[in-house]
Design a protein around this ligand. Sequence first.
Ligand code: HAM
Length: 425
Amino acid sequence: MAFQIPRGTVDILPDEVELWSWMEEVARKIARRNCYQEIRTPIFEYTDLFIRGVGDSTDIVEKEMYSFLDRKKRFLTLRPEGTAGVMRSLVENKLYSKSPLVKLFYMGPMFRYERPQAGRQRQFHQFGIEAVGSTDVALDAEVITLGMDFFAALGINGVRVEINNVGNPEERKNYFQKLIEYFEPYENELAADAKGRLYRNPMRILDSKDPRTKEIAASAPSILDFLSAESLQSFEEIQRYLTEWKVNYIVNDRIVRGLDYYTQVAFEYLIDLPGAQASTIGGGGRYNGLVQEIGGPELPGVGFGIGMERVILALKEQKITPPYPTGIDCYLIYMGEKTKEKAVSLLRSLRQAGFIAEIDYLNRKVKGQLKAANRENARFVAILGEDELAERKIQLKELATGNQEKVELENFIPYLQKKIVKNGA
Ligand code: HAM
C-alpha cells in the first residue's frame, strides 16, 4: 500500500520551492534592513509554555495543539506559533542583558489542528518578528510597516493593514464587563462557541464567523471607548507615524486576536484571495505582559507573524515570479564516448565559473539530450561533436532564439559569461 501525506500537510515540490526561497530571501533582507536578527528555536516546547503564553481560553490551546508525551512522560507540544518559544529563549539566554532592545526574526513551520482548506493547513509556516524591551510606539509603527514593506518588496498588491487597540488588562476588565452585559440578553441566540466564551473571553465573540452572532456583535460596545487617555494618545501617535511613513491603515475596533497575550495595539494584514476563505495574511501586536507571564523580567514586546502559505497564494494569484532566472544556463550535449570526456571536464569548469550547468547521465542519443535540455528550460545548449573536438570548437545554441555559433573551446566560458551578462541574467 502506498502511503499518503497526513491530512492538513502539503509537500512543497521543487518547482514551488523556487518561489519559497525567493520569498524567504526577501523576508531576510527586509528584516535585516530593519536590524532584526534571525533566531531559530525548537519545533517543540514544553506544553505549559503555550498554556501560559498563548492563553488557556484560546482556540489554539483548547483544541488545536499537537501535544504528546515523550518517553519520560513529559508533556510536549509542536509549536502552534513562534512568539512564546522566542520569548522563552530570550529569557533563558538572557538576551536582554546584552542589549536593552532585542530585535529578532524567525521563519519556520508551526502546527495547529485546524480544519484544512485553501490557505489553512495543520503544518504551515510563518515569518515572524519580535522586538522586546521598549514601549516606544515608534517601534509599533516600525513593526507594522515592516510587514507592509515585505509585501511591497515581493510586488504583492492589495494588502491592507487594519489596526486596533485592545487595551491593557485594566482597561479590558471594564470593557469585558460591559460586553458581558451587552451579550447576556442574547445568550441563547449566540453560536455555541461564542456562548462558551461569554464569561471567559467575551471579546472573542466579536470575532465569530456565525451570521447571527456577527449580527448581534455588530452593535456591541467598542474597546476604543474604554481606553485611558494615555492609551488613546499612544494609539494616535502610532497612526501619526504610519501616516508619516505613508502606510495606508484602517482603524478597525473589531479586531480581536486569537491569542491572549496582546495589550494595546493589535493589527492584521488582509488580502482578498479568491477561493481561500482565509484572507488574513498576517497579524500581530504588542504584548507587554508576556515575558513576565512566562517567568521572565518585566519586558514589553511587539511583533507579528505572517502566514507564508498565504503569501505564496497571493504571489501565485498575482502571477509574480522571482525576478531572476532560475533555470539551467547551459546544457552540455556530447556525441559519443570520445567527446564525453571533454564535455564532462567542461561541465565542471562551467559550474566552477558559476553557471548552472547540466549534462546527460542517461546515455541518451543527441536527440534525447536536446529534448532534456528543452524540457529543463536550458537557456543555452553547447554541443560537442567529434568534428568540433578536432577543431577545438563547440557549437553554442540559444534555445529561445535558435541562434547558433561555433566558439573556440578555450574561449567558451568567457564567451558565455559575456552572453549571459549581456542578456541581463
Ligand atoms: P496568528 O494570528 O495566530 O498570530 O498567526 C499569524 C498568521 O499565521 C495568520 O495571520 C495566518 O496568516 C497564519 N496562519 C495561522 N494559522 C494558520 C494555518 N492553520 N494555516 C496557514 N496559515 C496560518 C501569531 O501566531 C502570533 N505569534 C503573531 C505575533 C508575533 N504576534 C506578536 N508577535
